[in-house]
Design a protein. Structure first.
Length: 353
C-alpha cells in the first residue's frame, strides 16, 4: 500500500471513528446508567488520535518536512491536538461528559478537511522559501497545540453555560474548584456536614438564603449541623428552579477543567507568539509587522490573558469568566482561519490564497 492510498484511507477512517465516537458520547450522556459507553468513547478518541498521528507521520515521510504546510495538514494537526487535549482533560476530570463537547468539533473539522477541501489542496507540495526553516516545526506546532487547548477549554466553558443556563451560579472557594456552587442562593451542604469551630447563629444576609445552626446535643458546642433556610430575593429569582446536586457537581467539574485547560493553552500561545517573532525577524527582518495573523494572535492572547487575570486576581468565578472564555472560541477561530478568508497577509501562503 503506497503512502497516498494509506493517507486517503486514514483520513476517511479518522472521520468515521470520530463520528461514531460522537454518537457514543451523546448516547452515554442520554443513558448514564450504561458505563460501557464511556469506555467506548475514550477508546474511540484514542484510536482517532492514533489514526491522525499515523496520517501526519505518513505525510511527513512522503514530503520530507513537518506536515504543517497547507490547510489540510493544519486541520488534521488541529484535530489531533483536540483529541490529545481531550484525553488529558477526561483523565484529569474523570468525567466522560467532556467528549459531548469535544467530539462533535473534532468530527466536524475532520469532515471539512476530508470532504470539502479539493484534492489539490490536500496534496503535499514543495515548501515555499519562507517555510524552509526549522521554525516551521517549533513555531507552528506550538501555536496549533495552543489553539487546540484553548478551543477545548472554551468548549467546556460553553458546556458550563448550557448546564447552568438561567441560574445565578457562583463558585464558593478557590478558582480551581475546591469549593461548592451556589445556585440562586441555595448553597449545598451535606446533611451531616459539621463545623469545627464553635458556631455563631447567623444569617447570610444576601437577601435570599440563610443558614441556622443547631447544637449536636452533646452540650459542648464544638460541632453544629447546618440547616438551610431559603428566602426569595425577588419574584423573578424565586421563579427559577434551582439546579439539582448532580447538575451543580457537573457544573463545578466543567468550570474547573475548563480553567485548567485554558491555563495549559495560554503558556503555549505565549511561547508560540514569541517563537513566531524570532522567526519573523529571521525571515523578514522584523519581529512584528502587524500582519492580520499577528494582530489576531495578539487579540487572542489578550482575551485569554483577561480571562486568567479575572480568575486569579479579580476573583471572577462561575458564569462571567465562562462567557469570556466562550468569546475566546470565536477569537481563536478568527485568528486561525478567519484572517485567511478575509484578506491576504504574510501568513497566507499554503492556505487559501
Amino acid at each position: 500500500m503506497n503512502l497516498v492510498v494509506l493517507q486517503n484511507w486514514l483520513d476517511n477512517a479518522s472521520f468515521a471513528i470520530l463520528f461514531l465516537t460522537m454518537l457514543v458520547y451523546w448516547g452515554g450522556a442520554a443513558f448514564p446508567n450504561l458505563p460501557y459507553l464511556a469506555a467506548l468513547g475514550t477508546a474511540g478518541m484514542a484510536i482517532a488520535n492514533l489514526s491522525i498521528a499515523t496520517l501526519l507521520g505518513a505525510r511527513w515521510i512522503e514530503a520530507g518536512y513537518f506536515p504543517l504546510s497547507n490547510l489540510y495538514e493544519s486541520l488534521f494537526f488541529l484535530t489531533w491536538g483536540i483529541t490529545a487535549v481531550h484525553l488529558i482533560a477526561e483523565n484529569s476530570s474523570r468525567s466522560r461528559l467532556v467528549g459531548v463537547a469535544t467530539a462533535p468539533v473534532a468530527m466536524a473539522i475532520t469532515a471539512f478537511a476530508t470532504m470539502t477541501l479539493p484534492s489539490q489542496m490536500q496534496a503535499s507540495e514543495p515548501l515555499v522559501p519562507a517555510l524552509k526553516s526549522n521554525w516551521l516545526m517549533m513555531h507552528v506546532s506550538v501555536m496549533m497545540l495552543s489553539y487546540s487547548a484553548l478551543m477545548v477549554g472554551s468548549l467546556l466553558a460553553i458546556a458550563f453555560l448550557i448546564v447552568t443556563r438561567g441560574q445565578n451560579i457562583q463558585l464558593q472557594g478557590s478558582s480551581v474548584g475546591t469549593g461548592g456552587y451556589r445556585s440562586n442562593g441555595y448553597r449545598l451542604h451535606k446533611a451531616t456536614e459539621l463545623i469545627s469551630q464553635p458556631p455563631t447563629p447567623a444569617v447570610e444576609n444576601n437577601g435570599f438564603s440563610r443558614f441556622e445552626t443547631s447544637s449536636n446535643g452533646n452540650g459542648n458546642g464544638n460541632t453544629a449541623v447546618l440547616n438551610l433556610v431559603t428566602t426569595p430575593e425577588s419574584p423573578a429569582v424565586a421563579s427559577a428552579e434551582p439546579l439539582s446536586p448532580q447538575r451543580l457537581s457537573l457544573a463545578e467539574t466543567l468550570d474547573n477543567i475548563s480553567y485548567r485547560i485554558i491555563g495549559l493553552g495560554f503558556p503555549l500561545l505565549t511561547i508560540g507568539i514569541i517563537a513566531g517573532g524570532v522567526w519573523a525577524n529571521e525571515a523578514w527582518g522584523s519581529y512584528w509587522s502587524w500582519d492580520p495573523k499577528e494582530t489576531w494572535a495578539l487579540i487572542t492572547w489578550l482575551v485569554f490573558a483577561a480571562y486568567l487575570h479575572a480568575r486569579i486576581t479579580r476573583g471572577w468565578q462561575g458564569r462571567r469568566p465562562a462567557i469570556l472564555a466562550a468569546t475566546g472560541l470565536l477569537v481563536v477561530w478568527v485568528c486561525y482561519l478567519g484572517v485567511n478568508l478575509l484578506g491576504k497577509g504574510l501568513h497566507s501562503y499554503g492556505w487559501f490564497f
